[in-house]
Design a binder for this molecule. Structure first.
Ligand code: FPP
Length: 247
């Protein structure tokens, strides 16, 4: 039986976050330039978004470009930006047709102007869509986000609009760029690396982690189903005992 058939439709994770890794190695394995790996990566994004709609996953967050990725060779950064802008341009009609809402987290102001405008335009256009929320982490890093939130809170306390006693977990969550998005239930990282790489450190507190050797361009619907089935086999205890959870 395929993994797709094994999914328990009543216990699908509400939010799946993915560290898409292995585009470069996928390309190298075939003697191709890294760019082709990223191009194939975009095709995988499309397929996995469709699969989330089919499985009824409400939020899909993809680590598309980290703060650290700005340090890659300029040609690769430029190629990635062009690829992202082209993908948004090309896919926007289908996002509308399939009721997908595009969201972004990260320091969008750091993107080239045309890329920032393209994203903001697509987010505005799709904001009333009620299907899958496709959240792209762009120029994102968790430490950047937490530092920003801390600065914002310190400023409010200094100006007197907030007291130190108002600072609690809920308030901190609302200060993150993910304030409108529930925490991920399942984090997937492709390509065999066993790291979190500065991604959603606050929000992943109780996520189930799933690592696979498959390179991102080869990660398909059946691979996603495999991760979901694995997730469904786990017991989420949130610090409690098994007996408490099951009572
Ligand atoms: C990791 O592979 C991938 C990235 C840094 C970029 C991922 C971006 C895309 C797949 C394009 C996203 C497009 C949309 C529309 C969201 P790597 O280059 O680190 O691979 P390697 O570790 O094998 O070198």
């Amino acid at each position: 039986m395929s993994y797709i058939e094994q999914i328990d439709k009543t216990r699908v994770p509400q939010h799946v976050a993915i560290i898409m890794d292995g585009n470069g190695r996928w390309a190298k394995k075939q003697g191709l330039n890294r760019f082709f790996g990223h191009q194939a990566g975009v095709t995988a994004v499309r397929k996995i978004t469709e699969a989330c709609a089919e499985f009824d996953v409400k939020y899909l967050t993809l680590y598309a470009f980290s703060t650290e990725n700005w340090n890659r060779p300029k040609e690769e950064v430029d190629a990635l930006m062009t690829l992202l802008v082209d993908a948004i341009e090309r896919e926007t009609p289908d996002l509308m047709k399939n009721n997908v809402r595009l969201r972004a987290i990260g320091d969008l102001a750091r993107l080239p102007k045309n890329a920032e405008d393209k994203f903001r335009g697509c987010m505005r256009l799709t904001e009333n869509n009620t299907g899958v929320n496709l959240v792209l982490a762009l120029s994102y890093s968790s430490r950047w986000e937490i530092t920003n939130a801390t600065r914002q809170i310190a400023k409010a306390v200094k100006e007197g609009s907030m007291s130190i006693d108002d600072i609690n977990e809920e308030m901190l969550s609302k200060s993150m760029t993910t304030c409108e998005i529930p925490d991920p239930d399942l984090l997937i990282r492709t390509s065999g690396e066993l790291r979190i790489s500065n991604f959603l450190l606050w929000q992943l507190a109780y996520a189930e982690l799933y690592f696979t050797d498959v390179y991102w361009p080869d990660f398909d619907k059946e691979q996603l189903a495999k991760a979901i089935v694995d997730y469904q086999g786990r017991e989420r205890r949130y610090g409690m005992t098994s007996e408490q959870v099951n009572s």
